[in-house]
Structures are given as C-alpha cells and as structure tokens.
Ligand binder design. Structure first.
Ligand code: BES
Ligand code: ZN
Length: 632
C-alpha cells in the first residue's frame, strides 16, 4: 500500500474590514484575524516534508552522450523538523549507487520501494536528529522520462548531440532523487561537466558562452520546487535582448530567434508594471530542437521553448508572454499540488492576455481570448463524449491518476474565463490591486484552491455583496461544464473573417484577406465547414498556401481539415510535419484525425513508426496509448 503524505501548514489571513489591501500581519489584532489552513495531500509524492525536508541541493553531474546517461552526486541540506529517523524522497528508474550522511565514510543503508507506476519508488534514507546533509551517488537510466538525448541529425546544426529535460509535472524524480511535489522548495548549486564544444544551461544563473573545460557552474538562489529543475546541453549560443532579456539557440537558429523575440524586454517591463517586480534576475529563453514536447516550459530564469513559434513574423510570441507570466503565477505562487493546476495555468493565461493587450491592444488580446474560448468549448465537448465531465471542474480529482490526466484545456481556458469574469465584475482596478497583493503576499509559497477561495472572498469579494452572486465562483471551481455567466468576447478582426467565411460558403474563393494576421487565419481555418470538397480544398490551398505555410499554427489547423476531407495533395506535408515536430499539442489532434479517417489506423501506425524515435517521452506516453503501440 502506498502511504501519502499529509501536509498541514497554517496560513494566517487577516481581515480588517474596510481596508482595501491585504493587511500587514503585524498590524492586525486578534479579533479580526481568521485562520485559514493550507491543508492538502499530495497524491503524487512519497515525501513527507512536514517531517524532514530538503532545503538546498548541491548537484555535481556529468553528462555522457555516448551512454545517454547523467551520473551525479547530489548532496542535500535537510531540516529534520520532527526529529524523525527517516527522510523520504521520490525516485523513478534511477540507479542509486551509494548514500552517505554528513559526508562521512561508509555507505548508509537505504530502502527503495518500487511501485511500478508513474509514481516511481519511495527512497527512504535513515537520518538522525543531528543530520545536516545526505549525499546520493546515482545514475540515470533509459527510463529517465524527463530526459531527451538527441542525436546530431535531430538538431538544427546536425553536428552536435543535444540534451534537454522536462520535469513538470512529476518527471524530476527520473533524473534527480527529490521531494518531487510542488509544495517543497529548495535552492541549488550545480556543477555540470559536458563534452568539450558544448554549453550547459540550467534554471539558474547561466553562462553566456562556452568554455574550454566543459565544466559549468550554476547557482539558483531563489527556492524552487523540483518541477522547475532543468538542464539543456548542446551547441548553444547567446544573444542579449535587453537589460534582463536574452535568447539562447543553436547558432543556425539564433538570428531568427532574436528577431522573433525582439520585444521580450518590453514584455518583462510590461509584466512588472502589471503585477509587481520580476523576482528572478534574468529572463532568458532557449529555443530547443523541434522534439520539445511542449510549446514552452517556464523554467525559472530560462524558459524552454519550441522552435515552432519561430514563424518569421513575430506572430506567435504570446507563448513567451505566457511563460514569462509564470514567473508570477506558478513560479512565485505555486499550485500546492497538481489538482490545483488551474492556479498556475489559468492565472497565467489571464496574465498572458493582459501582457498582450498592453503591447498589441485590446482587439489583438480579444482574438486570443476567442481562440481560447474555442479550445474550451472543444474540450468540454470532447469530455462529454468521453464521459469525463468531472474533469471539466477547475479543481480536478487526480487521486490514483497521472497528473498528466489533468492537463487539458480546462485549467487553462476555463481558468482564464473565470478570472476574466472576476475582472469584468469587480472592475480592473480592484482586481489588479488584489492580484498585486496576492503575488506579493504569497511569493515563494504554495496555494490551494480552497485557500484562494477564502482569500479572494475576504480581500476582494466581501467589498460588494453583489459580486459573489454575480460570479458564483464555486460553480466554476467545483462543477463541470461551462457556467452560463461565462464572459462573451467579440473581436472586430474576427468579424471581418466571419464575412469572408460567409462569402466562401456561398461559393466564392475571391476573398478579401489582405493584412490578415496569423490569428485571423487560425480562426478562418477552424471555422471552415467540416466537409469540404476536393475543389474547395484545392482552391483554398492554391489561394492561401496553407500546406506550405511556414507557420506551425496555421499548418496544423489546416491539417485537421486536410485529413478528414482526404485532400491527398497534403499527405506528404502531414507526414513530414509529424516526423519533424514533437510538440504534443500538435501531434495528438493530427494523429487522432488520421485514426478517424479512411486510411485510418494503418497510416497512423506507419507514420508513428518513423516518427516515434524523434519524440520525447511526454509525447510517446500519450501517443503509445492512442496508437496502441507495443514497445519492442
Ligand atoms: N507549464 C506548462 C507546461 C506543462 C504543464 C508541462 C503541466 C507539464 C505539465 C507551460 O507553461 C504551458 O502551459 N505551455 C503551453 C503554452 C501555451 C498555453 C501558451 C504549451 O506548451 O502549449
Ligand atoms: Zn503554462
């Protein structure tokens, strides 16, 4: 039987009626204070941080590209809070070679309990009341799902191998024994040795150029949860983009990347003007090879990004705004466990939209909001058809399930629309003041859905009794489906597209599309009729060049029309895209439509056979199940 930790922290929230700010604790008197318990269970970690907790990590590692292995000595400074005799860590598919205590000679007995599941193993290490540090000498294995070692042919330069990690949600334990839940924060120092000619980067202070020795040192002074522990190694170069902003990429991609992200410094400044100081020093982005399974990952100080947002026209940079926004929502105030992920992602989609509105204007931000609404609607319909309506609640139940199951459009887009509704109800000024204080008050702490509901009640909604009735926040959080009071968004830019869609449906291909931006094209393609004739498909393609588009969002939206309508001309392009791109958000819907098409399962499997070696484990985990793939 698995034993799960139960963590109870007491957070004091003070109410002083009539005061608009979150109050300073020392000023409050006991009559007006109310205790809110930060009480939660992390179903996805074996650690018991309330008993003994890791505070700092000293990581000495060597990356071996030949064996595709990282070997490391991890030394943890711990605090034995309850004077217990054991500290528990999470680990999965690791070879633990030796464990020592306070760096004394002689190996220590330790215990590994395997579960054979995505949770991995409980690693239990004996400690005493006086123990200051424990050290673990270990090695990763082929089963390190966080890691992807790429061969030179899988990179832009084709000459050097590449390695990147993806720790969120619970993959850090596959390359670092750790208390692998979002509720445990630690600082770290690292020294990483890589082959000569390669640069190593982490979610920490980073070098900006290669050195002769191949040994790089890192420091992360702000405490982070393990899911933000990250490493990338490759033939990587750097270009500064402003005071704190910069970009890393393979040299072949560096110029295009710097062009694409030219306004990154502006984004950082804008974000700070909205919700307070950027607390992480530098904000850099690394553009990874195309197998990166996500669009972006908010590793502190160094966002990891897919090259599929390098469109050449800066049209897909909302993704950077999103990852940057996580520097507040997520990295500063962190979901206490994966069931609260809407506190990370929903807030971030909202914050992303506000950054985009500041820089590109309301009409642009509204286009993003409408696309987000479409994603939300599609997701709810999909869940309905799969009999999973309980997964359309903002607070999901992930007990006994992989946290990946909760990674749907719900935390993102339903979360976004709830926050938009709150803004529209209480007014932007009140809402922004609340958010500023929220990020400040809970910086470097965890947040649960329940505590958030209490905080917003006391600090914001209590100011006007009509607000809570208008918003009905509990319905959004604890009930499925789309609440009736979901904000309606309109966009003049999309109204223009609607007119042309009408003309198209009436048989015209002579459409007025001059000056359309990527989001208008995305909307246009999504809103095309489900069934299109060969002539219509050909006509669209000849006029607008979708199949050959250099824009991954336009291309993938188009492919979802290509496949069900058997537009054979694009077959090759579909296959090429699936083989070269590993971003799960694109892969899943395209494979799904192939499975549902005439060519069906055989074609999907044939392509997968070729493409699979290019994918990261995050993507193969999902696709293996979808395509019933048996590992050989
Ligand atoms: N933190 C997420 C990615 C993630 C979430 C990985 C949960 C593993 C578990 C990241 O910030 C994200 O949301 N990426 C999106 C970006 C998009 C919404 C702009 C993606 O990859 O598509
Ligand atoms: Zn995100």
């Amino acid at each position: 039987m698995l034993k799960f930790k139960s963590l109870a922290l007491i957070i004091m929230v003070f109410m002083a009626c009539g005061t608009p700010e979150l109050d300073n604790k020392s000023k409050s008197n006991s009559d007006s204070k109310k205790e809110i318990k930060m009480d939660y269970t992390d179903h996805h970690s074996f650690a018991k941080p309330a008993e003994a907790v890791v505070k700092h990590l000293d990581w000495k590692a060597k990356v071996d590209f030949e064996k595709k292995v990282i070997s490391a000595l991890a030394t943890y400074s711990i605090e034995n809070l309850k004077g217990v005799d054991t500290i528990h860590l999470d680990s999965r598919n690791l070879i633990i070679k030796e464990v020592r205590r306070d760096d004394k000679e002689g190996a220590l007995g330790f215990k590994i309990e395997n579960t054979n599941s995505f949770l991995g193993s409980k690693l239990s290490i004996p400690i005493s009341k006086e123990t200051k540090t424990i050290s673990i000498d270990y090695e990763t294995t082929e089963g390190a799902d966080a890691l992807q070692f790429l061969d030179p042919v899988q990179t832009a330069g084709k000459k050097h191998p590449f390695l990147f990690t993806q720790s969120q949600a619970i993959l850090a334990r596959t390359w670092l024994p750790s208390q692998d839940g979002p509720g445990v924060r630690f600082t770290y120092d690292a020294e990483v040795t890589v082959p000569k000619g390669m640069l190593a980067l982490m979610s920490a202070t980073n070098p900006t150029s290669k050195n002769e020795s191949g040994v790089y040192t890192f420091k992360m002074e702000q405490a982070i949860p393990s899911y933000l522990f990250a490493l990338a190694v490759g033939n990587i170069e750097y270009q500064s983009l402003g005071d704190v902003a910069g970009v890393y990429a393979e040299p072949e991609l560096l110029e295009a990347s710097a062009y694409e992200f030219a306004n990154m410094q502006d984004m950082v400044d804008t974000a700070e003007s909205l919700y307070g100081d950027y607390r992480w020093g530098k904000y850099d982005v690394i553009v990874l090879p195309p197998s990166f399974p996500f669009g972006g990952m908010e590793n502190p100080r160094l966002t990891f990004a897919t090259p599929t947002i390098i469109a050449g026209d800066r049209s897909l940079t909302a993704l950077i705004a999103h990852e940057l926004a996580h520097s507040w929502s997520g990295n500063l105030v962190t979901n206490a466990n994966w069931e609260d992920i809407w506190l990370n992602e929903g807030f971030t989609v909202y914050f992303e939209n506000r950054i985009m509105e500041e820089i590109y204007g309301k009409d642009f931000a509204n286009m993003l909001a409408i696309l987000s609404f479409q994603d939300l609607n599609d997701e709810i319909n999909r869940m309905k058809s799969e009999d999973r309506m309980e997964d359309t609640r903002l607070k999901v139940n992930l007990k006994g399930r992989n946290p990946d199951d909760g990674l749907t459009a719900i935390p993102y887009d339903k979360g976004y629309f709830l926050l938009r509704l709150i803004e529209e109800t209480v007014g932007r000024e009140n809402w922004d003041a609340f958010l500023n204080e929220y990020f400040n008050e809970y910086a470097f702490q965890v947040m649960t859905t329940e505590v958030f509901l209490n905080v917003i009640d006391e600090k914001l909604l209590s100011k006007d009794s009509s607000w809570a009735n208008t918003i009905k926040i509990n319905e959004w959080v604890y009930e499925g489906g789309l609440p009736a009071n979901c904000p309606k968004v309109t966009s003049t830019k999309f109204e223009i597209v609607d007119e042309e869609l009408l003309a198209f449906k009436e048989g015209s291909l002579d459409l007025e599309t001059e000056g359309w931006v990527t989001q208008q094209w995305m909307y246009f393609i999504r809103e095309l009729p489900k069934e299109l004739s060969k002539e219509q498909m050909k006509g669209l393609d000849q006029n607008f060049g979708f199949t050959e588009s250099g824009n991954s969002e336009i291309k993938s939206a188009w492919f979802e029309k290509v496949i069900p309508n058997n537009y054979a001309y694009a077959d090759e392009a579909v296959q090429e895209f699936l083989v070269n791109v590993g971003r799960r958000k694109f892969l899943v819907p395209i494979y799904k439509s192939i499975l549902e098409s005439n060519a069906g399962i055989e074609r999907a499997k044939a392509i997968y056979e070729i493409a699979r070696p290019n994918y990261h484990a995050v993507s193969t985990e999902t696709l293996d199940k979808m395509l019933d793939y048996k590992k050989r």
